[in-house]
Every structure is written in C-alpha cells, then in structure tokens.
Design a binder for this molecule. Sequence first.
Ligand code: HEM
Length: 229
Amino acid sequence: MTEIAPPSASSGGRLFDWLDERLGLRKIWTTVFARTVPKTNWFYTLGSASTVLAMLQGVTGMLLTIYYVPTPDHAYDSIQYIMNDVTFGWLIRGVHHWGATLMVIVVFLHMLRTYLVGAYKYPREVTWLTGGILLLVVLVLGFSGYLLPWNQKAYWASAVGTSVFGAIPLVGPLLLRILRGGQEIGAVTLARFYGLHIWWMPLILLGVLGFHLYLVIKIGITAPPERHE
Ligand code: HEM
C-alpha cells in the first residue's frame, strides 16, 4: 500500500518547502491563523473588523496621496479633482471618508465588548492599555484628517476643535500654538495635520497594533462568560 504524506509535509511545492525550512512559514501560519480559540460569538469579530478597516484606510489613504496636495492653494482643488476627474477617485475617497467614521464606531464597540466580558483583567491588562492607545490614535487620525479637504466645514471644525485644547488651564495657549503652528489655522496647521495623518499616527498605529495582536495571540482570547447557578 502506498503511503500518502500528510498535506503539511509536502503541499506548496519545492520553493515553499525550501522557504519553510528556513523561515518556519507553516509554524507562523498555524500560530497566527490556525490557533485554537474558545467558542465565541459575533461580538468577538469586532477586533478583526477593526484590523480590516485599518488596512482599508491604509490602502485608500495611500491611493489618495497620489493626487492630494497638502497646501492651502491646492488642497481643496485637488480633492475636487479626485472626486470629479480621477478614475474611481470618488469611490476611493468615499471609502476612506466613510471608513474613518465606521472605524471609530467599530473600535469603540470592540472596546465595549472587551470591557463587558472583563477582558481587561489579568493577564490582559497590557492588551487593554495598548487598545487604549489605539483608540486615541484612531481619534487623532479622524481629527487630523478632517482638516485636509480644506473646505469651510473642515476649516471651522478644526478652528473649534483646536480651540478646545487652548482652553486647558496653564498649558492651553502653548498647546494651541503647537497644534496650529501659530495663532491662526493656516498653511503650517495643514502641513502639521497632514504629517500627523500620514506619518506619525499610522506609524504609531502599526507598531502598537502589532504589539496588541502579538498579545492576543500569545495570551489567547477570553471565552464568553457563562452563567453558573
Ligand atoms: C485600531 C484599534 C484596534 C484593533 C485593530 C484591535 C484588534 C484586536 C483584535 C483583532 C483582537 C482579537 C479579536 C477580538 O477579541 O475581537 C483584539 C482583542 C482585544 N482588544 Fe483590541 N483592537 C483595537 C482597539 C482596542 C481598544 C480601544 C481596546 C480597549 C481599550 C482593546 C482591547 C482589547 C482586548 C482587552 C482584547 C482581548 C480580548 C479577549 O481576550 O477577549 N482593543 N483586538
């Protein structure tokens, strides 16, 4: 009788096997995607939904930078150009715009789920803390992105939004100047918000999310609480 080798030992071809022997690809796949998880429900998919939304925002955001110009002279017009002239520009911008709103909602619901099942308790305190940083980063991404279209709504919303920081006792005025890059909202504010939006926040998100997911895999997720009579 001919013996059939288990799929994991021979599937994927010689190149894959060669790489697997050196990089441990099968082990990585099993650890990340084929790990055992408790029987859960739909609320446990909100973290993965947040991850997918973060990736979608990353891809559509990168596409938008091809035509978006972050200067007061050109920002508004470049958005009009994306919406009216670039092929599928309206779709890419629409997905990025609504994706941002959806992401805030989904991340918040994910936090609510982890809170309600007590997933912040030992040994997941650090997972919770990194999650808190992620929530802040997502909010700063939304706030900094709001100014970029450089229309009336964006300008005045950012004027009000930044003035809230200015009202903080003692450090307020300094914080306001740092945020706006001067007394008023202008070219420097736009450059600063753009920098925050496409460099600082995405990089922090990438690093902290990597750590968050490492902890999720290392510790494993909670099982939904059960009623004990
Ligand atoms: C960009 C935002 C975030 C992403 C992409 C993300 C992603 C994930 C993923 C994929 C999981 C595993 C699946 C799941 O439990 O749903 C998870 C688990 C977890 N997350 Fe997040 N998360 C984010 C924000 C947050 C926030 C704001 C908090 C709380 C402050 C948080 C706290 C937790 C905790 C405590 C767990 C473990 C859950 C358990 O063991 O049941 N996360 N996260």
